[in-house]
Design a protein around this ligand. Structure first.
Ligand SMILES: NC(=O)c1ccc[n+]([C@@H]2O[C@H](COP(=O)([O-])OP(=O)(O)OC[C@H]3O[C@@H](n4cnc5c(N)ncnc54)[C@H](O)[C@@H]3O)[C@@H](O)[C@H]2O)c1
Ligand SMILES: O=c1ccn([C@@H]2O[C@H](COP(=O)(O)OP(=O)(O)O[C@H]3O[C@H](CO)[C@@H](O)[C@H](O)[C@H]3O)[C@@H](O)[C@H]2O)c(=O)[nH]1
Length: 436
């Protein structure tokens, strides 16, 4: 099938590449001309495990194309995916200008029936708004479909190729048939394509992200309580996670959820509720807990150093908002760096993939290492911020000898408490005993 994907960010590029992988002819279009040129030259603009292989294979076999010309991209496409940004506006509501703007541009180019699919995360009622924009600009028939994306960065290719479910919101029979045909190869293991109306589909995406964010904030509150009552959050995680009704996943307490989705989507759902005169109390609590949790690690540091961080040097392991991505949008590391710098400290950081983006954002306000040990020299303490695999089993003798003090603050609970005692570290993690 001929497909167009508008927007080649984390979602658009993965969607386009994975749709080409099952034999479709996919043209990806982006307004960022430099990015398009780089992709045409075989350069992948993001780090996403497994994507490079499929990207090169599908370009080489003439199934995956890039352009900045919208008309050329959509000319023969039966389905046009919109994978455009929906950032928070000043009031927290999702900004739909990219999606609606692209809708108007597409409408003016329509010559025959096409299916226009929103992959972007959009509030309830967007399909209606998009339909109205298209109708105002064309007399040609079309269908607007909601098809939210559930991929996680770092495992995006797997999530797209083998989704837990595909949600398709449409009341148009022709569109339903085309979407079913397109997604058939991705649900061969029996995971469902769940068809529903557009509004339910749009809300499903926000409900999923908000529920997951709620799980995380809940566990962060349990962790904070654990520290007061002398319990261990990791034991509690195991204890409740083995109940199938709760489930083992997404119960890890830490330094708050980040990334380009949870913070903005929880906020957008709260805003949409407010606009509908509904006081969604849980969401406000989830956001409040997350705001507090982002400062928990630096609070621990301040307590240890009796409030005086002036002139102290801190080593940071991890900058990306989660492992296996170079994405630093709403990364807890950025909040931690900001707090440390404001307190008069200096920061030396290492991240396997996230340093390029942080350098672009922060320049030399912090220093960077070539590897994780580089940043430890003469540091007053080490802070673990992202749980990259490479940080899981460090050479603790080397860590201890490079650091000025054998002090670790761990925002991801990577290490065994007894091991840290045996190695002579002061070790302060989340929701567990402080050991030294
Ligand atoms: N990142 C994720 O993990 C993820 C997962 C599921 C859903 N989503 C949702 O998907 C949407 C896209 O997210 P993303 O992370 O891929 O965004 P992104 O910022 O990485 O990419 C957006 C791309 O769109 C391009 N663009 C902007 N305006 C354009 C236009 N008029 N025409 C063509 N291209 C244009 C930009 O240049 C950029 O390359 C958002 O609504 C997001 O909430 C994201
Ligand atoms: O037990 C956990 C799991 C995650 N996190 C944090 O939650 C954030 C989000 O993590 P994750 O969900 O793995 O990454 P994303 O790539 O942001 O994916 C989420 O957001 C996407 C965009 O909407 C959705 O498509 C995905 O289904 C949804 O998981 C990160 O800061 C994690 O550190 C925790 O603190 N504890």
């Amino acid at each position: 099938m001929k497909i167009a994907v508008v927007g080649t960010g984390y979602v658009g590029l993965v969607t386009g590449t994975c749709l080409a992988e099952t034999g479709n002819h996919v043209t990806c279009v982006d307004i960022n001309v430099k990015k398009v040129e780089a992709m045409k030259n075989g350069q992948l603009p993001i780090y996403e495990p497994g994507l490079e292989l499929l990207f090169h294979r599908n370009i080489k076999q003439d199934r995956l194309f890039f352009t900045s010309d919208l008309a050329a991209a959509i000319e023969d496409a039966k389905i046009i995916f919109l994978a455009l940004p929906t950032p928070p506006g000043a009031d927290g509501a999702a900004d739909l200008s990219y999606v609606l703007g692209a809708g108007a541009d597409i409408a003016k180019l329509l010559k025959e029936y096409k299916v226009i699919v929103t992959k972007s995360t959009v509030p309830v009622g967007t399909a209606d708004k998009l339909t109205a924009v298209l109708k105002a600009n064309t007399d040609v028939e079309f269908a607007v479909v909601s098809n939210p994306e559930f991929l996680r960065e770092g495992v995006a290719v797997d999530d797209f190729m083998k989704p837990d479910r595909v949600v398709v919101g449409t009341t148009d029979e022709r569109a339903r048939k085309l979407m079913g045909e397109l997604y058939g190869p991705y649900v061969r293991q029996g995971n469902p394509i769940i068809f529903m109306d557009e509004r339910s589909s749009e809300l499903t995406k926000y409900a999923a992200n908000s529920f997951l964010a709620t799980k995380i904030s809940f566990m962060n509150e349990i962790a904070n309580l654990c520290e007061l009552v002398g319990a261990d959050v990791d034991m509690i995680r195991k204890g409740i996670g083995s109940d199938e009704r709760i489930g083992k996943r997404f119960l890890f307490s830490g330094i708050g959820y980040g990334g380009s989705c949870f913070p903005k989507d929880v906020q957008a759902l709260a805003k949409a509720s407010e606009e509908n005169k509904y006081d969604f109390k849980i969401l406000n609590a989830v956001m409040d807990v997350n705001t507090i949790q982002k400062s928990v690690l630096v609070e621990k540091v301040k307590n240890y150093f009796k409030g005086d961080l002036k002139g102290k040097k801190f080593a940071l392991w991890g900058l990306a908002f989660k492992p296996e991505t170079d994405d630093i949008r709403e990364a807890p590391a950025l909040y931690i760096i900001d707090d440390l710098l404001k307190a008069g400290a200096t920061v030396a950081a290492f991240d396997p993939e996230g340093m390029k983006n942080v350098k672009e954002l922060l320049g030399d306000t912090i220093s960077y290492g070539d590897n994780q040990y580089d940043v430890l020299k003469d540091a007053d303490a080490l802070l673990i911020v992202t749980e990259w695999s490479v940080f899981r089993t460090p050479d603790l003798d080397q860590v201890g000898s490079l650091l000025k003090n054998k002090v670790i603050f761990d925002g991801r609970n990577l290490y065994d408490l007894q091991k840290m005692i045996d190695c002579g570290f002061y070790y302060n993690s989340i929701g567990r005993k402080i050991v030294s």
